[in-house]
Design a protein. Sequence first.
Length: 232
Amino acid sequence: MKLELPSREVSLKFVYYGPGLSGKTTNLRALHERMSEASRGQLLTLDTADERTLFFDMFPLSFRVAESHFHVKIYTVPGQAIHASMRSMVVSGVDGIVFVADSRRAAIVSNAHSFEEMRTHLRAQDLDPRELPLVIQFNKRDLNNIRPDEELERLARRGRDWVFPAVANRGEGVVETFLAAMRMTWRSLDERYQLEPRLGVTEAQLMQAVAEQLGVTEPVARLLATRFGVAP
C-alpha cells in the first residue's frame, strides 16, 4: 500500500495467483467488464498463441470515497512452470491475494504446488503469507469430477481464509471474490495503519463505493455470505 495523506491518495495492489488454466485471466476480464467505465483503466493482457498468459494481466481502477482517492491495480500471474521468476516479481508489494484454484479433482496436486510456491514467493519478497489477506476461489464449479461442496466446506472451516465457489467464464463468483479481497485487505491495513481515522473513510463507505463501481445493487454482506464455511 502507498498512502499520501496530504492528498488523501491510497494505492493498493491485488494479485490473482493460481496454477495454469485455473481462470485467473477470466476473472480479470469479468471484473473489467463489470466495472464502471468511468473508474476502470485499460485491461492490459499479453497472451501466447494458445491464449495463455505470457507475463501478466493488469488493469487499474480509480474511485473516490468521501475526500479520499483510491487507486487499485489488479494483476494476474502467468501459470506456466517456466515463469516462476515472473510470478515472484508480480507479487512484490502486494496488499491482497486471490488464489484461483481449479475445482477438478485432477487439479488437486497442481493447486497445492501453486499454493506452496505462492507462499515461497511471498516470503522471498519479505511478505508474511500468514498475515497477508488471502481469498481462495474454487473456479470451474460447472465441470464434471469436481471436489464436492461438502469437501470445500470442511476445507474452509479449517482455515482462516474465505473460500468462494465460482464459474468465472459465466461471471459467477467473480464479484463476490473481489469484494471479499477488498474487505479483508481494508481490515488488515486499517488495523495496521489506522486508515479510518486518518482518511475519514469507514469500511462500509469503501465497500459501498466498490460495489457501485461493479454495478452491484444487492447488499454486500449478502453476497459475501455465499462463501464456503459459513454456518447456516
